[in-house]
Ligand binder design. Sequence first.
Ligand code: 8YV
Length: 324
Amino acid sequence: MPLRPRVVLSRRWPGRAESLLAEDYEVISNAPDQPMSASDMREALRTADAFCPTVTDQVDAGVVGAPARRARILANFGAGFEHIDLDAARRLGIVVTNTPDVLTDCTADLTLALILATARGVVSGDRMLRAGDWAGWRPTHIPGVRVGGKTLGLVGFGRIGRAVARRARAGFGMRVRVFGPRPLADEEARELGVEVCADLDDLLETSDFVSLHCPVTPVTQRMIGEPQLKRMRRGSILINTARGALVDEQALAEALRSGRLAAAGLDVYAREPEVSAELKGIDRVVLLPHLGSATRETREAMGMRVKENLDYFFAGKEPPDRVA
Ligand code: 8YV
């Protein structure tokens, strides 16, 4: 094992996380903080012992299979890892890790922020006031919808989905219905205070708010398309803090224009950082630039979680968050 393994970071990390990493590793940081090209990433794998990508890096088979590769671990800075070709990594015996848990609460908080923002005109009100269009209080101004007592449907019920359910129930008195790939025992559902839907259609047809909390896989890609949007209640709201590729964005724009959906709150997009001009043209959509985990505390914790995985790996032990 190298004395101070060389680690390449694909983007700048918060200063504190970079400094702590540098105590035990030779850290090659990305000073310009621009996304790395495929050839930059291949070079990183050729010259370093570990590479730490983020969601902005397409670590595909061409990158993973870089000739004369030295790196034996890809320690992702982030929970989602659909941008890494896990099969190629497995074939080549490269370990892949991620950073679950540490971003659960912040991503759940942002989900609630989008629920409230879309339901209560938080962004449109701000926009109107700054434009000088506020003529004063009146009973009919920006009538939002009440969140308490409404039904929230959670598609995917892992760590983040559960954290959203807790907040929505305890904080806002919402009824929570869930649908996910793993069966939920009746007792667990009772304990969590959620109702289990028979299938996705059942969830879509019975929810006032639908919020997505599942990873992108060949099965879930574009799982919310025109037929699914048509099943949603008239006047309902779609929230997505998971991945843009789960949604057919053109069909979503159409559902908003037709009035089937009252609003949408999005933090993620199919082709980031591009955002569809159609969606940008619709006022009732609140658009955020992928901020789910964007708190100082969480971004530092993500860096520390990457370090923990590297520490285990370079000590010859199984990293705690190994995904391949
Ligand atoms: C991260 C995320 O900041 O962790 C995830 O899956 O979506 C974000 O909150 C991003 O992925 C960093 O790689």
